[in-house]
Design a protein around this ligand. Structure first.
Ligand code: AR6
Length: 181
């Protein structure tokens, strides 16, 4: 088995509801208040229960491009890592901020000994990021991180729609996983 193959094997693409996943951490596509909202954020708060909102209140918000960790409460996941993606405007900063979301989530996960983490398509709903661009940033940033970090064993990109899942699968299939840096 080559280094490249083992890296590829740590990444999984799935379609479904992130709130159902029994992993160490799920990522929430939140807003800077961390006080809940619609989309995946609403679904996570509903499934986790009011204790999650109470902890988020105590955290006191999160700037765009950063991430914060809380417990998962009534979710099957142990932790929730809340990140705030950029509202898409087609600026170069959008790409930097979205990449920073993925890097910060992964760094927080590694710092907490998290071995399995699931990501939704951050910024691809209400925040309007084109899925193909967001997918490239998500996958490339994650692969870059996994080359350096050996502690995270499993990353799941969990997509709500079949269309989005296919975009991720096609991108991952076309990507080279050779061991060069
Ligand atoms: N599981 C997995 N993916 C989901 C789920 C789910 N249960 N529900 C929705 N998605 P969005 P954003 C997908 O809008 O664009 C909130 O109000 C959805 O199809 O949830 O980062 C926050 O409070 C889409 O592909 O997040 C912020 O104000 C992706 O998750 C704002 O929306 C992200 O869509 C953040 O916007």
């Amino acid at each position: 088995m080559t280094v490249g193959n083992s890296l590829r094997q740590r990444i999984e693409i799935r379609q479904g509801d992130i709130t159902m996943l029994s992993v160490d951490a799920i990522v929430n596509a939140a807003n800077t208040s961390l006080l809940g909202g619609g989309g995946v954020d609403g679904a996570i708060h509903r499934a986790a229960g009011p204790e999650l909102l109470a902890e988020c209140r105590a955290v006191g918000g999160c700037p765009t491009g950063e991430a914060r960790l809380t417990k998962g409460y009534r979710l099957p996941a142990t932790y929730v890592i809340h990140t705030v993606g950029p509202v898409y405007r087609g600026r170069p900063e959008d790409e930097q901020l979205l990449a920073s979301c993925y890097r910060q989530c992964l760094a927080l996960a590694a710092a907490h000994g998290i071995k399995s983490i699931a990501f939704p398509a951050v910024s691809c709903g209400v925040y309007g990021y084109p899925v193909a661009d967001a997918c490239r940033i998500a996958v490339d940033t994650t692969v870059q991180f996994l080359r350096e970090d050996k502690s995270i064993e499993r990353i799941i990109f969990i997509l709500f729609s079949d269309k989005t899942r296919k975009i991720y699968e096609e991108y991952l299939t076309g990507k080279s996983f050779s061991s060069h840096r």
